[in-house]
Design a protein around this ligand. Structure first.
Ligand SMILES: [Zn+2]
Length: 309
């Protein structure tokens, strides 16, 4: 029997871990998982992952933690793996005086920004590291109660924080972002921001606002950024995007107009043919470059470029 899901799994999705939602309120079970000598701890430091030379992320076992200073929220349970239910935790490391000398595996690899590490990691590792980064980043930025200002603490293995004073529960947020290709016949609209690598163009994107449907957000963003009017919109794909905690929702939209009017957000926007896009995706275009191959934009472009014209 195949385990292949009926939908496309993009980078940062497809975690092999069981998230253990039904265990998290059982303090004794949680303690057992954390104390298990099979437990693995994925360390992040300033949001960076320690990449070993074989392209895997450094994982520590319990004993190695004794020499490290672990930041709030302490170990958070990412889940368990496989039939043996091997526990995986993530930890944020406190400030280290010397990031190589003070780290047990220092010298065997290097600390890397997640964007730089992403192309090196396997699908499974990328999904695990991405979730760890999004969750630890949320804890780091949301330590105090938004209701009363008291320092809160992690609960249920780190999937929420609770205020000891007013009792409010705080849950990690996921911010929906629409990312869309406006298309007109054999052409699609892409833009670029100042500061991107030269000649790189990507799908337009923007946060969904309150009281707005995905279709409305798509039409508003394309209208604001490029002055293009949007008709029918269809859903294509989604992707968790841990920079810091977005959910990318990939759409293809019929463009009802053609003349581009730029706002301040984009340095340039233009129409590209399927031939252009295919060459960009293959890194063989003589001038233009596609977005990073682990991004939703890349996969959205790939879907459209390979559709029947
Ligand atoms: Zn409070």
């Amino acid at each position: 029997m195949s385990n292949t899901p009926p939908h496309k799994v993009l980078p940062f999705a497809g975690s092999p871990l069981d998230r253990c939602e039904n265990l998290r309120r059982d303090a004794a079970a949680m303690r057992t998982l954390q104390d298990s000598d099979r437990a693995l701890f994925l360390p992040l430091w300033h949001g960076q992952v320690f990449m070993l030379s074989d392209g895997t992320p450094a994982l520590l076992q319990g004993m190695a933690l004794d020499t490290l200073s672990i930041a709030d929220p302490g170990p958070i349970l990412l889940g368990t793996q496989g039939k043996t239910k091997q526990p995986w935790f993530a930890i944020a490391l406190d400030e280290m005086v010397d990031a190589d000398a003070d780290f047990p595996l220092g010298g065997l690899g290097e600390w890397m920004d997640l964007r730089a590490a992403a192309p090196l990691l396997s699908t499974a590792d990328l999904a695990i590291v991405g979730r760890a980064s999004a969750l630890l980043g949320w804890h780091n930025r949301h330590r105090f109660c938004a209701n009363c200002g008291t320092l809160t603490g992690a609960a249920e293995g780190g999937i929420k924080r609770e205020c000891p004073d007013c009792g409010t529960e705080h849950f990690p947020r996921t911010d929906p972002v629409v990312i869309m290709l406006a298309v007109r016949g054999d052409q699609c609209l892409m833009g670029r921001q100042a500061g991107w690598p030269d000649n790189t163009y990507s799908a337009l994107a923007g946060f969904v606002e309150q009281g707005e449907s995905l279709e409305e957000a798509c039409a508003r963003e394309v209208g604001e950024e490029a002055g293009i009017t949007i008709g029918a919109v269809r859903y294509v794909l989604s992707q968790p995007w841990p920079f810091p905690s977005s959910l990318m929702i990939g759409l293809i939209a019929d463009a009802l107009s053609e003349e581009i009017t730029l706002d301040d957000e984009l340095e340039d926007a233009r129409w590209f043919s399927r031939t252009d896009v295919r060459a960009m995706l293959a890194s063989s275009h003589e001038r233009f470059r596609a977005p990073m191959n682990f991004s939703a934009a890349y996969h959205l472009l790939n879907e459209w470029a390979n559709e029947e014209a």
